[in-house]
Design a protein around this ligand. Structure first.
Ligand SMILES: Nc1ncnc2c1ncn2[C@@H]1O[C@H](COP(=O)(O)OP(=O)(O)OP(=O)(O)O)[C@@H](O)[C@H]1O
Ligand SMILES: [Mg+2]
Length: 427
């Protein structure tokens, strides 16, 4: 893809539009668009000129298919199209001219592909799938490479806030820490990963479980739902009348691919998945144990920490106490820490108002909480996680930069090491 059709997304735009000159092209494009899950009504009669006219008064789609067979000067018309298209539009053209020079010129002007007419269903499908893959492909940073940070988030008991934390962590890593991030919600039947981000889960994760052998880089690009240009998610709303049959191989395979494609991955790992597939723990370098400061949670934190020592001795464990309230504690923080025989790393204050606001807006809690004590505590959690990986791998010296340099990525949200004030405030 060359300029001018390059980068930029996140605008409310149609996923797909097509402009076809003849009936045959019209019906082929329409049927493939429907297969791809796109709206059939977005395939219009008319060619490149019509596309330029329509798009001069409306937002361009993410993927645009244009028929230029009625165009006398295709290159000039493509340039007019570029002027009315938003940056990031992926354009596929078709026409009747079989000339390699034209093909090269079109590619040079930023067209993704050129198909020769008469159109054929398979070719159109391949071109649109490739366009979708290009649209979903994570944009790689030209800057420094980061070691992959693979984090599993586990709640010690139901409802402690593990999923809220997991989606917020994925959002913070992608937005504030500026790292390409994959989010995998392994609560297959009741997961809220997609819902929290106001997205449809799609079929990607179910497909992965049903056909683990198909999981590769291309599958990742096609199957993941993009929340932003740095964050892609994989989740499901599996039918609740049937169990999902899997030996866990698909999840391991997914994590392998995440390592190749993304800088970070965050997995919402329900406790029953942990019991069923303990071998998955080998894939993570950080495990976040989300707990709350109650007696029952103390008991289960002890059990989980002990389980992790046996099953994930390599992983750095970060203990996060969520929904902390200043009064009405059935156990004090000090007694809690004594009984679990370690410190709580981060305390996230209970904030009903922000939690409700996040749910209503379909945004991660950390985003809505940005300028609050809760937001500061969230940022501190990200610091702990990145810190854990750097300590483990000696990354600070390898990258010639300190942890503080990286925390700088978080736009000043994270309290400095040793500066406990923000954390105390949050507590
Ligand atoms: N810091 C917080 N303050 C107030 N409410 C919160 C906070 N964190 C999470 N919540 C709320 O707690 C509820 C449960 O959160 P969540 O679904 O993340 O828990 P969970 O541990 O994943 O639960 P499950 O065991 O069902 O997977 C949600 O309604 C969420 O908005
Ligand atoms: Mg959950």
């Amino acid at each position: 893809m060359n300029a001018p059709f390059k980068l930029g997304m996140n605008v409310a735009r149609d996923m797909f539009q097509a402009y076809a000159c003849d009936d045959n092209s019209f019906s082929i494009i329409r049927s493939v668009a429907v297969e791809m899950g796109w709206e059939a009504e977005r395939v219009y009669k008319g060619g490149l000129r019509n596309a330029v006219q329509s798009l001069s008064v409306a937002a361009s789609p993410q993927i645009l298919f244009v028929d230029m067979s009625e165009s006398i000067d295709p290159l000039a018309d493509i340039n007019s199209l570029a002027e009315v298209c938003e940056p990031g539009t992926i354009v596929i053209a078709c026409g009747q001219v079989n000339d390699v020079r034209l093909y090269r010129d079109l590619l040079a002007s930023g067209i993704q592909d050129y198909l020769l007419k008469p159109l054929n269903t398979d070719h159109v499908r391949d071109a649109l799938s490739a366009a979708q893959a290009a649209f979903l492909a994570p944009r790689q940073d030209s800057g420094e490479a980061h070691t992959h940070v693979a984090t599993a988030v586990i709640g010690v008991r139901g409802g402690v806030g593990a999923s809220t934390f997991a989606t917020s962590l994925a959002w913070l890593l992608s937005e504030q820490s500026d790292r390409t991030t994959a989010f995998l919600d392994l609560d297959l039947h009741f997961g809220t990963g997609a819902l929290t981000l106001d997205l449809e889960p799609g079929r990607g994760l179910i497909d992965a479980i049903e056909n683990p052998s198909r999981i590769d880089g291309l599958f990742i690009e096609r199957a993941m739902v993009r929340a932003s240009d740095k964050l892609a998610i994989l989740s499901a709303e599996a039918p609740i009348h049937q169990p999902m049959l899997t030996d866990g191989g698909a999840f391991h395979q997914l994590e392998e691919e995440f390592r190749n494609v993304f800088e970070c991955s965050v997995v919402d790992m329900p406790r029953h998945m942990l019991i069923q597939f303990p071998q998955l723990m080998a894939d993570f370098n950080v495990v976040v144990v989300v707990t709350e400061i109650t007696l029952a949670a103390a008991r289960d934190t002890i059990r989980l920490l002990s389980w992790l020592r046996a099953n994930a001795p390599h992983a750095k464990v970060v203990v996060v106490a969520d929904k902390a309230q200043t009064n009405a504690l059935e156990i004090s923080r000090k007694d809690f820490e004594q009984s679990i025989e370690r410190k709580i790393d981060v305390v996230l204050p209970y904030d009903m108002r922000l939690a409700a606001q996040a749910a209503k807006l379909g945004k991660p809690l950390a985003e809505v909480a940005k300028n609050s004590k809760l937001g500061q505590a969230y940022a501190s959690a990200v610091g702990h996680i990145l810190d854990a990986v750097d300590d483990e791998e000696g990354m600070a010296s390898k990258k010639g930069g300190s942890l503080m340099a990286k925390l700088g990525d978080l736009k000043g949200m994270i309290p400095k090491r040793g500066d406990k004030k923000a954390q105390q405030d949050a507590n």
